[in-house]
Ligand binder design. Structure first.
Ligand code: GLY
Length: 387
């Protein structure tokens, strides 16, 4: 059965069990990916999702797997992004085998282009720090970029080509993670929401739902922008905030370009294999106002037309918006908290789709073995208290 937005609806399991090993708050890609990795290890998992799994920010994303294009510089975020990007080829095979869903993984490469002097300087700086780390990239003149992507507009004056950056279809990914998690034994409580995380003497004991209590040895908060609204989740609303992104789907038939195109800080075009181009995006701190605006659309479409003038005649098929879980330092909020058994997997801001595989692995390892496999210190919620 499919909902309006194409998300597959899992069989509704409204009976709340008395207890579960791990209760996961939020059924987006993050919650479902963590559920999958835990269920595969025989851990009893219950995902609580107030709507349809994956139907919010996960399905709204553009799906770029582009740490080289997105990272602000070397550091823990880049390291985590590169690690997660490397997990995608085998994840695509795994999810296809488990669910029959093609997540649309394509190593399409990203052309990060410059339209202005400032863009040129920013690309130059990016080239230097990435080359110093031995990362694969190519610096191209405008003409060299157009030789590679013929429909690129004349305003493009230079580019960096990141051959290893890729893309995925986030709606398919969200469906696949939730179906694979369910097939591995995870239980889903849909249409239910968590009022608060229950604790006793500094230890998480479960969650209180709308009318029921679910006892749990561990509680994972994976509610994205909504994490701050759950009482006792340990995530102040000031720490993870909604950053609205508007997006547009444009149809090209046949496809007119094949690389992801991006202008740092301004927007991007993601060409899907079927000819759909996802064009984005705004970054707006307007609370939970899920709107598409004239100004937002105008900016996105103007940039689209500048990057690929041939899009001027292409039909606009759809527009939408949703909320990235923004943090001030743009790093996610991961790992243990001062409350024993309360674990965070939220705040992934612009990189939730990219970081879902590595986050799931780390959080599952942390819960099962006590060791995430790499240092989660930079991502700890404690950094906000220190600040
Ligand atoms: N990662 C792209 C975006 O957040 O718009």
């Amino acid at each position: 059965m499919a909902s309006d937005d194409g998300a597959l609806i899992l069989p509704r399991d409204s009976a709340v069990p008395a207890s579960t090993d791990v209760a996961i708050i939020g059924g987006g890609v993050m919650g479902c990916a963590v559920a999958l990795r835990l269920a595969q290890r025989g851990v009893g998992v219950t995902v609580i999702e107030r709507g349809i799994p994956g139907a919010e920010a996960s399905s709204a994303a553009a799906g770029m797997l582009a740490p080289q294009m997105e990272a602000d510089g070397p550091g823990p975020m880049l390291d985590m992004g590169l690690r997660s990007r490397a997990l995608y080829p085998s994840l695509a095979v795994e999810l296809d085998e488990a669910t029959g869903i093609d997540i649309g993984y394509v190593k399409s490469g990203v052309l990060a282009v410059a339209l202005t002097d400032d863009d040129d300087r920013a690309l130059g700086a990016r080239r230097i720090w990435q080359a110093a780390r031995g990362m694969r990239l190519e610096a191209l003149s405008g003409d060299a970029a157009r030789a590679r992507e013929a429909e690129l507009g004349p305003a493009v004056r230079s580019a960096l080509y990141f051959a290893d950056d890729a893309q995925v279809n986030p709606r398919a990914l969200a469906r696949a993670f939730s179906q694979a998690a369910a097939a591995a034994g995870a239980r889903f409580l849909q249409g239910r929401y968590v009022r608060r995380v229950c604790t006793q003497a500094g230890i998480a004991t479960g969650v209180e739902l709308d009318g029921d209590t679910l006892n749990a040895g561990t509680v994972v908060v994976a509610a994205g922008s909504w994490s701050g609204l759950v009482e006792g989740a340990g995530v102040p609303p000031s720490v993870v905030r909604p950053a609205r992104g508007q997006l547009v789907a444009i149809e090209t038939r046949p496809p007119v370009f094949k690389h992801v195109l991006s202008v740092q800080g301004r927007g991007y075009l993601v060409p899907r294999r079927d000819g759909t181009v996802v064009a984005g995006s705004t970054v707006e701190m307007v609370g939970f106002r899920k709107e598409v605006t004239v100004g937002g659309l105008a900016g996105i479409l103007e940039l689209a037309q500048t990057l690929v003038p041939a899009l001027a005649n292409a039909p606009v098929m759809q527009s939408w918006s949703n909320f990235r879980p923004y943090t001030e330092d743009h790093l996610p909020v991961l790992g243990a908290t001062a409350v024993q058994g309360l674990v965070l997997a939220t705040g992934h801001y612009r990189n939730g789709i990219l970081l879902a595989p590595v986050t799931a692995q780390a959080i599952a390892d942390l819960i099962v073995t006590g060791n995430a496999g790499f240092d989660l210190g930079p991502f700890s919620i404690e950094r906000f208290a220190r600040a």
